[in-house]
Ligand binder design. Structure first.
Ligand SMILES: NC(=O)c1ccc[n+]([C@@H]2O[C@H](COP(=O)([O-])OP(=O)(O)OC[C@H]3O[C@@H](n4cnc5c(N)ncnc54)[C@H](OP(=O)(O)O)[C@@H]3O)[C@@H](O)[C@H]2O)c1
Length: 342
């Protein structure tokens, strides 16, 4: 594995929801970079972004020279990752990719910082950042798995609209404006459809039990990601996972309600002891309720509602929530870049 003292960084997708968060996090964490390049589509090329490292002109990814980059942080969508990440890797860069393009590739480690850091050492030029919902779930399930061996997880996500990028945030904001003009209809019925087809149904004042495109066996791509990525990150193929992914009218903060069973019974005291010591999270007792608003703009994943299962005893139920743009994407990518620092 290449390590770097003061790497030359490229942020690909620098104008997006994740890319702009990456720039703030690089700055906040005083990342010791030697050079910063910003790339996006031809729509943004030529514009400049103000950063701690000066005002930097955005390059068109399609024509950008991939040489002289040590670490490329990709968050420009799966199609761009598939097309350009291998060029950056062959030109000598280590790519940290936020899309789903390479996550299940056997030669690409899938790494949640502070959960399975050791996996990054096997990379061959590309490292994958997990899906934002899986990431939040793993911050809770990972430490418990190390202690007792995760066998079964039933999980329901509550995913924010910023998981769909800037367009998700804009869609929710415009639907809130639209519905507020006729609030009575939200109580009495007779509401009208807002514009926009980003989601299958209106998202404002609503809950959509369908996040992401439909895939095999009646489960969505988001749900299959939770299944496959969990098994890969925890390095156990026989974990039984029952996922339901739901989109909620929240700007930022993906939550997950999970019921977890292990190779042996785990009681509340043990779960508190394990999670209380785990890095990157705060364990909240029942006097505090972790919500999306508590997590927005913060790095830690918040875990609350910790309790022993009652329907099928021996397991642990909990609610975990994290900022999907930070730990769910940009922060984890920067933490992986930090693992590459010598
Ligand atoms: N949002 C999340 O919570 C989250 C979490 C984990 C992973 N991700 C992944 O991160 C990636 C970006 O997500 P996002 O939420 O930041 O989306 P976004 O806000 O829509 O931003 C997309 C970014 O990709 C760039 N882009 C689009 N088409 C391009 C092209 N043809 N060539 C070069 N750049 C192009 C855009 O540049 P322009 O501004 O020039 O169009 C923009 O910088 C996606 O792969 C997503 O799955 C997102």
């Amino acid at each position: 594995m290449n390590t770097y003292a003061n790497p030359r960084i490229a942020v690909v997708g620098a104008t997006g929801a994740v890319g702009t968060t990456m720039l703030s996090i690089l700055e906040e964490r005083k990342f010791p970079l030697d050079d910063l390049r910003l790339m996006a589509s031809s729509r943004s090329a030529g514009r400049t972004l103000d950063t701690k490292w000066g005002s930097i002109e955005i390059e068109d990814l399609a024509s950008a020279d991939p040489s002289n980059v040590d670490i490329a942080l990709f968050s420009a969508g799966g199609a761009r990752s598939l097309e350009y990440a291998p060029h950056f890797a062959s030109a000598g860069a280590t790519v940290i990719d936020n899309s789903s393009a390479f996550r299940m590739d056997d030669t690409v480690p899938l790494v949640v910082a502070e959960v399975n850091d050791e996996a990054i050492e096997s990379h061959e030029g590309i490292v994958a950042n997990p899906n934002c919902t899986t990431m939040v779930a793993m911050m809770a399930a990972g430490p418990l798995h190390r202690a007792a061996g995760l066998r079964t997880m039933i999980a329901t996500s509550y995913q924010a609209v910023s998981g769909s990028g800037h367009t998700g945030v804009a869609q929710l904001a415009s639907e809130i404006d639209f519905f507020e003009k006729n609030q009575d209809a939200l109580v009495s019925g007779g509401w009208e459809e807002p514009d926009g087809d980003l989601y299958a149904r209106p998202i404002a004042y609503n809950v959509l039990p369908l996040a992401g495109p439909m895939s095999d066996a009646g489960y969505t791509e988001e749900e299959w990601k939770l299944v496959h990525e969990t098994r890969k990150i925890l390095d156990r193929d026989d974990i039984k996972i029952e996922p339901t992914c739901v989109r909620v009218p929240v700007m930022v903060g993906h939550g997950i309600a999970a019921n977890l069973w292990f190779d042996r019974p785990v009681d509340l005291d043990e779960a508190v002891a394990v999670l209380g010591e785990a890095p990157g999270m705060q364990l909240w007792d029942d006097t505090k309720v972790p919500t999306p608003l508590d997590t927005v703009g913060t790095d830690d994943v918040l875990i609350g509602r910790l309790r022993e299962t009652i329907g099928h005893p021996g397991g642990i139920s909990l609610f975990a929530i994290g900022d999907n743009l930070r730990k769910g994407a940009a922060l984890n990518a920067v933490q992986l870049a930090e693992l590459l620092l010598s």
